[in-house]
Design a protein around this ligand. Structure first.
Ligand code: NAP
Length: 302
């Protein structure tokens, strides 16, 4: 566990708690004049990591005063049943946000499930409509991990204006929306962004030129010290389990960045755990409140 008193550490846990407390006040005043924002979470199967993620989301909802319904379905549930469940939540006026915990069992088409969620309740922001809105610079819901990272940068007063940001990873969940967000015109954007992936040649050289390096790869401790410029800000999105016989669980979580090496070079760095993960959950709650406000007719864009 990283030492959060270390001035180089970006403390995502503490920041997320602060955001959840701010949200709790907003939710309270909103619920007095309307109702509690309501998030429905669908979990299919018993994947232990997914169960942990869902529990974390429920805890964050509780802290911010957001009502939740958890729908747990057995692993063998058919795709048709999952789609019907989503359709019924789409039509439920008392539900503001719908989240389907990913990954889904192999027999279910993940993309079809994402596309079944009404874009106005897609608080994860993964629906092609919402990703398209972000690309068109008219976001409705921004995916939670990239918006959590932007929030961390803002709160730690890391300006992105004119900076070279290198994002390693091009998933629709993290890499691509992250790049879109930071390249947007305006405050907390205006960065020059390079997206890298498994076919990038000269990755080490490109990442070593980054003022802000964001790693969303899914490979334990992939980013080594020599891939980081002195003084860079390093954001580690990865969550990887590595065997650890000394730990009670038999494993520990590490990021996509070799923390010890990166700590020596970076001016600021997010730890794993306690960096990006809690911010993702806080942004999910923010999106749910936003969805509820739209349901009441308060706001349109983000
Ligand atoms: N903390 C959080 O809240 C949070 C949220 C979401 C995800 N995560 C974690 O973040 C990580 C990434 O998630 P994801 O959903 O974006 O993963 P993903 O869909 O598997 O995408 C991984 C990306 O990394 C690229 N990549 C793989 N090997 C590479 C290599 N050797 N060199 C350069 N690029 C490489 C892939 O390139 P190609 O496109 O060429 O295959 C791909 O674009 C995972 O560890 C995940 O658990 C954390």
């Amino acid at each position: 566990m990283a030492d959060v008193t270390d001035p180089k550490i970006i403390d995502g846990k503490a920041t997320s708690l602060q955001i959840l407390a701010e949200l709790a006040e907003e939710v309270l005043s909103f619920s007095r004049s309307f109702r509690h924002p309501h998030l429905a979470v669908i979990l299919v199967g018993e994947d232990p990591a997914s169960q942990v993620y869902v529990r974390g989301k429920m805890r964050s909802a509780e802290k911010s005063g957001i009502e939740t319904t958890q729908i747990t379905l057995p692993a063998e549930t058919s795709e048709k049943t999952v789609l019907e469940k989503i359709e019924s939540l789409n039509g439920d006026g008392g539900v503001d946000g719908i989240l389907v915990q990913l990954p889904l069992p192999g027999h279910i088409d993940q993309q079809r499930v994402i596309e079944c969620i009404s874009p106005s309740k897609d608080v994860d922001g993964f629906h092609p409509y919402n990703l398209g809105r972000l690309a068109a610079d008219k976001p409705l819901f921004v995916p939670c991990t990239p918006s959590g990272i932007r929030e961390l940068l803002t709160r730690y007063k890391v300006s992105t204006e004119g900076k070279h940001v290198v994002v390693i990873g091009r998933s629709i969940i993290v890499g691509k929306p992250m790049a879109l967000l930071l390249a947007r015109k305006g405050e907390s954007g205006n960065a020059t962004v390079t997206i890298c992936h498994s076919r990038t040649s000269g990755l080490d050289r490109i990442s070593a030129g980054a003022d802000i390096l964001i790693a969303a790869i899914g490979r334990a401790e992939f980013v080594k010290g020599e891939m980081i410029k002195d003084g860079a800000v390093v954001i580690d999105v990865g969550v990887n389990r590595v065997e650890d016989p000394e730990s009670k669980k038999g494993y520990r979580l590490v990021g996509d960045v070799d923390f010890k090496e990166a700590r020596e070079r970076a001016s600021l760095i997010t730890p794993v755990p306690g960096g990006v993960g809690p911010m993702t959950r806080a942004m999910l709650m923010k999106n749910t409140l936003l969805a509820a406000k739209r349901a009441r007719g308060d706001v349109d864009g983000s």
